[in-house]
Design a protein around this ligand. Structure first.
Ligand code: ACM
Length: 516
């Protein structure tokens, strides 16, 4: 067996070949091709170079995954070695993959990096159909937050669909699952102290207010969180407040801020006690250091605040000036509650105006038409995740022949090239940008088939936007290798939109009610 040193020298002498020749999603940041091929026959041995439990488990996991991939008839013994090497100079989540014809080394300084190396090797094995070209990959992500939001309040898809998407996310090296669990049509998580949230709040969805209650039990939440963690994915729950609270207020009308119950009551102590109890259970179920509390679009449903004497008296007594001041007071109280649970609050970009401390808060920028809100967040010292409606919302249509969904375009290319169009705005504040997210709102997505169609392959483009450095991104090359991953989606039974043959499969129908 050649040593790694001999291999590295031979590879350094080999011509540099651009990253595009690696069929990988997302494209890695540095690839040097070597000579020869690593054939995946039935004798490939997967070895952990350590007795550490997680590395041994990863090796076992890889053994199983390779088992189901295409094999080569080429004889000979081959080895794949997995190890953590703290002497490697690699940034966070970085990994090294050295592929020689008889041995492959997967190395990283952290376990998360090693997991990425495993996923990369599995993609190479899958797309290489029994053989992987020799090469050295040294790679790390552009952004630390590479997220996918799924709205299960408007429509509920269930745990098998969520697990399927988590599997795909892991392969794409996406690492945050933002789970939108509460909103107007439905509350989707069991809370022990307030059982009616799920039993009554869980009834209905966007197009059928009488649909039977659908929600995740605490056991199911733990199961999904653990499933995600095994794949290196952090699950960030979103419990939306003070607006988008209709389902909660249906279950507990005494918490309603009046009118349609779109908002929680903004100044009753009972509301804050309730939220503190709920967030306590949420903090216990989700190990992520973040809890997303929404904070968006409060104005849609707070009209009752203008006429409610108790609310008006509270604004006066506390010198909050107006209803906006009251909204900000509410957010500051919630920030303190979240901090008291040992978590960091995340809020939509309206929260920038509430005067909460940047140490306690992360902002999600969603209003693409309010770039000043992104700037204000950065100038105020907040860390920011970017998911502007254009181009990062998946419920906007992707082809001019499509009519179900929000009728502005978020094409595959728009998603891929993000954030180039706004990156100049972040100049000087780059370190405050945690990353980006593809967000799937589901007012007009009622089933798994339509969810697939709106998610894939744009989520693949988002993964590359989040991982690959700008100098290594190239939409033409991405488009040219797309057929490899579409074939994998075929094997998984994913009903994706096919940008290579746009008319090849019909746009799945959606519910008939308009989204907001
Ligand atoms: C949002 O789309 N209202 C965050």
């Amino acid at each position: 067996m050649k040593t790694i040193r001999t291999l590295l020298i031979s590879i350094m002498l080999a011509p540099f070949i651009s990253q595009a020749q690696s069929v990988l999603f997302p494209a890695p940041n540095s690839v040097h091709m070597g000579d020869g091929r690593f054939f995946l026959n039935g004798q490939v041995e997967i070895k952990a170079e350590t007795t550490e439990g997680p590395v041994m488990e990863l090796a076992e996991n890889m053994r199983w995954a390779l088992f189901s991939l295409p094999k080569s008839d080429e004889a000979g013994k081959r080895v794949v070695c997995l190890g953590i090497d703290s002497s490697l100079a690699l940034p966070d989540e970085g990994y090294q993959l050295i592929i020689h014809s008889d041995t492959t080394w997967l190395r990283a300084t952290s376990f998360s990096g090693l997991r990425h190396a495993k996923e990369v090797f599995l993609q190479l094995a899958r797309f290489g159909e029994g053989a992987v070209d020799c090469r050295v990959i040294q790679d790390h992500p552009r952004f630390q937050w590479r997220g996918f939001l799924l709205d299960e309040s408007r429509h509920f898809f269930g745990k098998e669909k969520v697990k399927q998407y988590l599997d795909i996310m892991a392969s794409l090296r996406l690492n945050v699952f933002h789970w939108h669990l509460t909103d107007e049509p439905g509350w989707r998580i069991e809370i022990k102290r307030y059982p009616k949230l799920a039993e009554i709040g869980g009834i209905g969805n966007w197009h059928d207010s009488d649909a039977e209650a659908r929600f995740y039990t605490r056991e199911e939440i733990r199961e999904i969180v653990a499933y995600a963690a095994e794949r290196g994915i952090m699950v960030v729950p979103e419990i939306d407040m003070p607006g988008h609270a209709t389902a909660a207020c249906r279950a507990y009308p005494e918490l309603s801020g009046g009118g349609t119950g779109f908002t929680f009551h903004p100044c009753k102590e009972e509301t804050f006690r309730f939220l503190s109890d709920v967030l306590d259970e949420i903090a216990g179920l989700f190990p992520a250091p973040f809890i997303h509390v929404g904070g968006d679009e409060v104005h849609f449903g707070n009209q009752n605040w203008f006429s409610d004497p108790e609310i008006q008296a509270f604004i006066k007594a506390n010198k909050l000036v107006d209803e906006k001041g009251l909204e900000h007071y509410f957010i500051r109280r919630v920030a303190d509650i979240v901090a008291s649970k040992g978590k960091t609050m995340i809020g939509w970009d309206e929260v920038v105006d509430a005067g909460v401390s940047p140490e306690k808060t992360v902002i999600m920028w969603w209003r693409h038409d309010r770039k000043y809100q992104l700037l204000k967040a950065l100038e105020s010292g907040y860390r920011v995740v970017m998911t502007p409606r254009l181009p990062m919302y998946g419920d906007f249509v992707q082809d001019y022949t499509h009519h179900i969904g929000r009728e502005e375009f978020n094409t595959l290319m728009d998603v891929y090239t993000f954030p180039a169009s706004i990156w100049h705005l972040t100049q000087g504040y780059e370190t405050q940008i945690l990353g980006l997210q593809y967000s799937m709102w589901t007012e007009q997505i009622a089933d798994g088939k339509r969810l697939d169609y709106m998610t894939f392959p744009r989520l693949v483009a988002a993964a590359e936007a989040g991982w690959t450095l700008p100098r290594n991104k190239n939409y033409g090359r991405f488009f040219n290798r797309l057929h490899y991953i579409l074939k994998w989606f075929d094997q998984l039974g994913i009903y994706y939109y096919n940008p290579l043959q746009p008319q090849s499969r019909p746009e799945p129908s959606g519910p008939d009610k308009e989204g907001s």
